[in-house]
Design a protein around this ligand. Sequence first.
Ligand SMILES: [Zn+2]
Length: 142
Amino acid sequence: MIDANGNELRTKQYRSKVTKNFKNDLTIHQYEMIKWNKKLTFYSTFKTDVTASNSLELITNQKHRRVVAKLRAGNHKLRIETGRHSTPKLPEDLRICQYSSSNEVENEVHFILSCNKYDTIRKSLVEDIISNYPDFDYLNAQ
Ligand SMILES: [Zn+2]
């Protein structure tokens, strides 16, 4: 085998070099997808590199892990996504939550942190978190 510079390589060395180049190109491609794909806007708010993430492995319930993974990847029924696929496509600022009176776009952040529809569930979860992690409430004050 001969590489792009005309250097003869043994097969094992050549494979290693090709594999390394392929992994590098794949990393660059994945990074560009995360950075520029509108569907991954939410994902890119907390995932800024392409290294393996073990946060999902911390969720032991398979059903819960699947739901979190789908939410992270924009694979859900919130209006930020359904409006993207409606005909005609609904402008992003008009994808308003139909369950709350806040006139906020129904995106992942709205769903998790502020939608009135989930206030009761959210309050219960926050109380559960605070009982296990008393310092958690300080995050709210900052
Ligand atoms: Zn809402």
